[in-house]
Design a protein around this ligand. Structure first.
Ligand SMILES: *Cc1c(COP(=O)(O)O)cnc(C)c1O
Length: 370
């Protein structure tokens, strides 16, 4: 039996580098509630990302839920079924009705051409996702939002460090949300952030993530507890010193995959976008059964025989889960592209420590050369 290879493995800094941070925390005896590491980390992170205002969170889902509260979003929100469930769950937790709109066929992001038809008098916002870290058509989404007076909250959980035309993609829209979960390109074990456009909004978000406390005796609104603790913040600060290296290694892996899979009939891969700095968070390939001679699910099971655990992100679609299945916008004929892509997509293993030999072996299995 060979060793098991999973779709991802967390990138961690050397333990000895983390020890001085821990010693400082043990000296401070300040574990959470906007401690010194939290303060330092927010500044370092904003600088690294090239954004002006952000607030770090204990995870990405609480950041999404809080973002909707911060802008007082109600009614209906237009979103994509082709994402991780937390995108839509955050709407549900705010009593907002999700309205699913189809994706485009190249990068699998929300299709701007289909947004306007889904707008109703109840629509208050759009929640697109930069799927796999590939930027949405942000200009067109902004144009629609401006025309109809809608807010935009980007689920940018996959888009850490991604730039378009030299600018952070996180500066688009009203708010963007990051996730620093262990499985993401950049992790703080669990963690997340909201990127916002001004200091006033940051203050409001900071209140909301700490029960709504303005001072010791004043609670101005019903907030939640979504604060990042000092251990996560210290770890996050150290991770920032390593993340460029993580992304560079991912890029090498993507280049190797692209080379080794280029001539496999029926397997198609994504290409880099013009003027975008990618973070290579995922390596999705699409299986054309007629050309490849095997379904996506057959390939998925074939890889498992060799202890390679690829993942079918995003299958099932969010709209197919019981909570959302009954919504009118969940019908397959409303979201035909998403329905098709969910049947054909598979994400191959990618993480900085994945060895070239293992990638070669994975590609030999896919090429049916083993
Ligand atoms: C990971 C992820 C989230 C949730 O983030 P957590 O930090 O795990 O709560 C939300 N949306 C998308 C698209 C994700 O991939």
């Amino acid at each position: 039996m060979s060793k098991k290879i999973f779709v991802t493995q967390p990138a961690m800094p050397p333990l000895d580098e983390f020890m001085p941070y821990l010693e400082q925390i043990w000296d401070n005896k300040w574990l959470t509630n906007n401690g010194p590491f939290h303060q330092q980390y927010e500044e370092e992170l904003a600088q690294y990302l090239g954004v002006n205002h952000l607030s770090v969170f204990s995870n990405g889902t609480l950041a999404l839920i809080t973002a909707l509260q911060a802008l007082r979003i109600t009614g209906e929100v237009i979103t994509t079924p082709f994402s991780f469930v937390a995108t839509t769950h955050s709407l549900w937790w705010n009593n907002i009705k999700p309205v699913f709109v189809d994706i485009e066929d190249q990068y699998y992001n929300l299709d701007p051409q289909k947004i306007e038809a889904a707008i109703t008098p109840q629509t208050t916002a759009i929640m697109p996702v930069h799927v796999y870290g590939n930027p949405c058509n942000v200009e067109e989404i902004q144009r629609i939002a401006d025309t109809y007076g809608l807010r935009i909250i980007y689920d940018a959980a996959h888009a850490f460090g991604v730039k378009k035309d030299g600018q952070s993609i996180l500066n688009w829209g009203d708010l963007s949300i990051l996730s620093f979960h262990a499985t993401k390109t950049y992790n703080t074990i669990e963690g997340g952030a909201i990127i916002c456009q001004n200091e006033k909004t940051k203050q409001r978000i900071d209140l909301l993530k700490n029960f709504g406390f303005r001072d010791e005796v004043t609670v101005i609104e019903p907030g939640i507890n979504a604060k990042m603790n000092e251990l996560q913040a210290a770890y996050g600060s150290l991770q920032l010193k390593h993340v460029d290296k993580y992304i560079a290694k991912r890029k090498e892996i993507v280049e190797l995959y692209r080379k080794l899979l280029a001539s496999v009939q029926g397997i198609s891969m994504m290409t880099d976008m013009d003027n975008v700095e990618h973070n290579y968070s995922y390596f999705p390939v699409r299986v054309n059964t007629a050309e490849y001679g095997m379904t996506r699910d057959e390939l998925y099971l074939e890889l498992q025989k060799y202890d390679i655990f690829a993942r079918r992100y995003f299958y099932p679609l969010i709209s197919d889960f019981p909570t959302y299945k009954g919504l009118p916008s969940s019908k397959a004929d409303n979201i035909p592209v998403a329905t098709q892509v969910a049947k054909e997509i598979i994400c191959l293993p990618i993480y900085p420590d994945l060895a070239a030999d293992d990638i070669t072996r994975i590609c030999e299995i896919i090429s049916k050369k083993h």
